[in-house]
Design a binder for this molecule. Sequence first.
Ligand code: TYD
Length: 224
Amino acid sequence: MRGRFITFEGGEGTGKSTHVAMLGERLRTFGIPTVLTREPGGSPGAEIMRYVLLSGAARPLGPNAEAVLFAAARDDHLNTLIRPALEQGKWVVCDRFADSTRIYQGVAGNVDTMAIRAMERIIVGNTKPDLTFILDVPAKEGMRRADTRRGADGPADRFEGEALTFHERLRDGFLTLAANEPDRCALIDATTSKDEVADQIWRVVLKKLNPATSPIQFDEAANA
Ligand code: TYD
């Protein structure tokens, strides 16, 4: 049976990486083979493109070219890691995926929506996430958290370095996405404590991806 595909999305400093790791640990505790990965990157070819994108080397090429590079990295990641893992019945938990292109390049970067949708159709095809968590914190708070994580003097990457208005557009974009696709997307208030956020995420996983309602039944279902 095909595994499940879960993605985490949101602006900067929303805690995605922490919650990808915490969810992965919980799934493994319940005996579910789980692969944790991230975008851009996640496969050797895509990690090269990650460097080109996040160092800002591709920025002079413009947002259209950046969108194409994110899609190219995604193609490699899907073909070499995500699809094979799902076919083996593993669950894949990915830190950012195609929604980041829709919001960062499309909404905030003004790349033509039709072009983004066309690339998504070609590259992602049927490998759509079963469940997407959108972690939400106010843009200013997210930037503050990202600054703290990086250390006061650490250099901001290509997108962290954008102005507050850019980050506010990102947040609005993700909130709109959550409202437009409520079956796939779960909006999570990520301003509360790490453990509370993790518990909210776990409750959604149990509700959406398993007919059982308790972790014990979840365990049995996983081992069946
Ligand atoms: P990363 O260091 O993984 O940061 P974060 O913790 O914020 O996820 O950097 C990924 C950056 O790339 C982030 O600023 C969002 C951006 N991005 C896009 O602009 N488009 C995309 O399609 C993806 C996957 C990421």
